[in-house]
Design a protein around this ligand. Structure first.
Ligand code: UD1
Length: 383
């Protein structure tokens, strides 16, 4: 992908640049194999980290575990309100993009980093490629739903992970820009799973857990953790569950801060609830695979539990992954008061387990990243 460009009066061979912008935990995961493939295609890639997530356990660990090259630039925006975070990324990224003059800007997922980067590039008339396009939960109170819709509508290449996502884009008049590629998270999971399997015994030992005899919990959405009453109800529900089954709860920094406000010690007195720091990707896969069931509000974990045939309960009233709501693989539980009953009804259900092993995977064949890299390479070459 070399082109002749006029530079200070002289013709020079240069390779067109592609810039990938990410900054939050799930984005590192879903980009890892795409980056690997872009490098294989000899794309001149610049990686920009917005700095939205900055703790080592929210960022660095994914770079080392998934062998993501270090970012060329870190915008170091850190935490703040949505407006502040989005605005800081927009402002700081503009100078980077103006200097890099990329042929395409790649943005994965649906975080504030995704939207800010897409908007910044679109305003500079640079083509945007959105990985994980077309997801819709129908819930506009969810910050990610706003990010998804706006990002899709200022992108030129839309990589839809599922048929449902592609249909959503078609309904919004974006069919011509859409490529149904599959989901890059399948590629990442398949590449990391053997290591997770090798380490599972030591990981379970570390947390004093037995396979298929604990509930894995992750909660970080503002809709669950920012309201002290709801958070209190969730904790009460988990305590009831923990009387019957150990609970392992890797606590996101947002949730940890809310617990601190409530005066809840994350070193829980309830010996059957272990609140631990956020875990890396390999640990999380191993813990997911061996759990009796998952309680989450994350999008990624709904899919990962589907792919690993583990029952999932999602503490929300909507999901952007409706494909997971089949045969009881994933169930929406809007009311925290229902948690003990719902968790205990799926955790010991062997019939359900058997059914989950037979489900057809709608998320792709594990070659999505290569497909995306090929389309990017072709697009860049023909500019
Ligand atoms: C963000 C994404 C969400 C994604 C999640 C994964 C948006 C709107 N939301 O939510 O889609 O599922 O990441 O984690 O972009 N904090 C730290 N250290 C860190 C990162 C965060 O202490 O390294 C704390 C800060 O107090 C911060 C809070 O966590 O205010 C929330 O972080 P933020 O990036 O605003 O959103 P997330 O809740 O992580």
């Amino acid at each position: 992908m070399r082109v002749l460009t006029l530079h200070e009066g002289r013709w020079e061979m240069s390779r067109l640049k592609v810039v990938l912008v990410f900054g939050a935990r799930p984005q590192f995961i879903k980009s890892a194999t795409v980056i690997r493939e872009l490098i294989r295609y000899r794309i001149n890639l610049t990686i920009v980290h917005s700095g939205q997530h900055y703790y080592s356990e929210m960022s660095d660990v994914f770079f080392s575990e998934l062998k993501i090259p270090p970012p060329t630039v870190n915008l170091q925006v850190g935490s703040g309100s949505h407006a502040m975070q989005t605005a800081a990324i927009l402002k700081r990224l503009e100078a980077v993009l103006v200097k890099a003059k990329p042929a395409i800007v790649i943005v994965p997922g649906d975080t504030n980093t995704t939207l800010a980067a897409a908007l910044c590039a679109a305003k500079l008339a640079m083509p945007v490629a959105h990985i994980e396009a077309g997801l819709r939960s129908g819930d506009m109170t969810m910050p990610e739903e706003i990010n998804r819709i706006l990002t899709d509508h200022c992108s030129s290449l839309l990589f839809a992970p599922t048929q449902t996502a592609a249909s959503n884009l078609k309904k919004e008049g974006l069919r011509k820009l859409t490529h149904l590629t599959g989901d890059t998270m399948v590629d990442v999971l398949e590449s990391a799973f053997p290591l997770a399997e090798r380490r599972q015994t030591s990981i379970l030992d570390r947390f004093k857990l037995k396979a298929r005899a604990y509930v894995l919990v992750t909660l970080h959405r503002p809709s669950n953790v920012d309201d002290p009453i709801r958070l209190g109800q969730i904790l009460l529900g988990l305590r009831r569950v923990a009387d019957k089954l150990p609970v392992l709860f890797p606590v996101h920094p947002r949730t940890r801060a809310r617990f601190a406000n409530l005066g809840v010690l994350t070193k829980s007195k309830h010996t059957n609830i272990a609140m631990v720091p956020p875990q890396g990707y390999i640990e999380t896969l191993a813990l997911l695979k061996n759990a009796s069931c998952i309680l989450t509000d994350s999008g990624g974990m709904q899919k990962e539990s589907f792919l690993l045939h583990v029952p999932c309960l999602t503490l929300r009233s909507t999901t952007e992954w409706p494909e997971t709501l089949v045969s009881g693989s994933n169930r929406l539980v809007p009311n925290p008061k229902d948690l003990p009953r719902e968790i205990l009804s799926v955790a010991f259900n062997e019939d359900l387990r058997r059914r989950l092993h037979q489900l057809k995977n709608p998320f792709g064949d594990g070659h999505t990243s290569r497909r995306i890299a090929r389309i990017i390479e072709r697009t860049v070459n023909h500019r």
